[in-house]
Design a protein around this ligand. Structure first.
Ligand SMILES: [Zn+2]
Length: 460
């Protein structure tokens, strides 16, 4: 068995066709590395465990086993063939980092640290040796980067440091309202900026945008959600003001039917569930309240028959009752679902968006959860991963986690509070309580018109 150690310094001058070179090991074996197959860094350790051969490019930043006995792969610093430049517009006196991406002929990233930087007009925007662009005065110019013999350029607009404001009128509880602002920059529609305030928020300088109109959404505990779109007040100058006149919260009426059990106890239970739902939707800035009326039908219910299966909703309607234009909530002994531990159900998937079934012993969060479904929300645990792919605890404890989760707290995200208002199929819109802009924002959708389902607004 051969053992040995071989240290190579890669000589880029002898690379054949830019990315290949044959190397001879100290055992006489010829190894070929083929960089076109890989964009790995040049500082790699490769080893073949069957012969204990090591080829070492120092310093080491990674290692892997040989894919075969005579082929190794590494990355040689080839000649730059592509330069990409990115950055954003900047306010006077502010800085922004521009970045240059340099690739070689194989499309592999090269070190961009040696890129050179320049500005067409340093009096408008200057740039330093590391690509930091500073707004010097109002106007626009072009930033250039170069690496070897290739160049790239990108326009930059330098805009005013502004004191544009969004004023809030008639904030009922003077709560810390949430203001979502789209497309603050003049080019491109960035995702929502999130601001908090009770009487208004300072949004710096919002620029007129030809594609975003810098839409504004205001959500507060005790006011209805407001969408201002398009917004026409924004100019390139400082001092613009948008006033948003907040309205009363929307009322989503419930008719609560006691079907099985002791009516007084059921009413107590339903009342507690209702308070919990109001807290969840209120604290989460949905701007919706749930006026409810209770009806005792325990005497009418056939105790030997389950009225609690969505398939049998005609039985419920005929035997117990149904009030159109309201969410009809039936408290029963048992909700029959395909899943044995179902404690509640919204019957929208059976064509009855106005029917909710709740078990008398269901967890207190069940009513809010089913009202969430009636308001177009889906479970969040299906997309319940953070940026690293790990479970996101905040969403895991969200009202729209599946009912089996033990740690549910009365929280929705800003995206969910938005969706219960604007989604076309939300019961609010279906019964005409709300008459405003509607959209169809799926649970994972995050763009200019649909906020993310990530931010818990209930804690502050
Ligand atoms: Zn559910």
């Amino acid at each position: 068995m051969k053992r040995g150690l071989l240290v190579y310094n890669v000589n880029t001058d002898v690379i054949v066709d830019g990315r290949r070179q044959d190397m001879t090991s100290n055992g006489g074996t010829i190894w070929r590395y083929d960089h076109a197959a890989s964009c790995k860094s040049s500082v790699y350790l490769f080893y073949d465990v069957s012969y204990y051969w090591l080829v070492l490019f120092l310093p080491i930043s990674g290692h892997e086993r040989f894919p075969s006995s005579d082929t190794i792969r590494a990355d040689i610093v080839g000649q730059p063939s592509l330069l990409e430049l990115s950055g954003s517009d900047v306010a006077v006196g502010d800085t922004v980092q521009f970045s240059a991406t340099v690739k070689d002929t194989a499309g592999c990233d090269l070190d961009s640290a040696n890129a050179g930087w320049s500005s067409d007009d340093p009096n408008i925007a200057s740039v330093d040796a590391s690509g930091v662009v500073r707004g010097e005065s109002l106007g626009s110019t072009t930033i250039h980067a170069s690496a070897a013999s290739i160049n790239a350029s990108a326009p930059v607009i330098v805009y005013a440091q502004g004191n544009d404001q969004i004023a809030l009128q008639n904030n009922i509880s003077n709560d810390n309202a949430v203001v979502l602002l789209d497309g603050k920059q003049p080019s491109g529609c960035v995702n929502d900026g999130v601001y908090r305030g009770s009487t208004g928020v300072d949004v710096d300088n919002v620029l007129p945008s030809n594609s975003c109109s810098s839409e504004v959404v205001v959500m507060s505990n005790d006011n209805a959600l407001e969408i201002v779109s398009p917004v026409s007040v924004w100019t390139e100058a400082a001092g613009d003001q948008l006033t948003v006149d907040l309205k009363d919260p929307l009322s989503l009426p419930l008719r609560i039917w006691s079907v099985h059990g002791d009516h007084q106890l059921v009413q107590q239970k339903a009342g507690a569930d209702l308070v919990w739902a109001n807290v969840a939707f209120g604290d989460s800035h949905a701007g919706i309240i749930f006026p409810a009326e209770f009806t005792d039908k325990t005497g009418d219910a056939d105790p030997t028959k389950s009225y609690a299966y969505c398939n049998l909703h005609m039985d419920i309607i005929q035997d117990i009752g149904y009030e159109p234009g309201k969410l009809n909530v039936y408290y029963v002994d048992r909700v029959l679902q395909t899943s044995a531990n179902a404690v509640g159900a919204w019957c929208g998937t059976f064509g009855m968006g106005g029917i909710i079934l709740i078990e008398n012993t269901a967890p207190i969060s069940t009513l809010a959860h089913e009202v969430g479904h009636a308001s177009s929300l889906q479970h969040v645990d299906a997309v319940d991963l953070d940026a690293d792919g790990n479970p996101d605890f905040e969403r895991w404890t969200n009202v729209m986690s599946t009912g089996s989760d033990p740690a549910i707290t009365p929280t929705f995200t800003e995206g969910q509070a938005f969706r219960v208002n604007v989604n076309e199929i939300s019961f609010l819109n279906a019964i005409g309580v709300r008459n405003g802009i509607t959209r169809n924002c799926a649970v994972g959708e995050h763009n200019r018109t649909c906020p993310a389902v990530t931010l818990d607004l209930s804690n502050d």
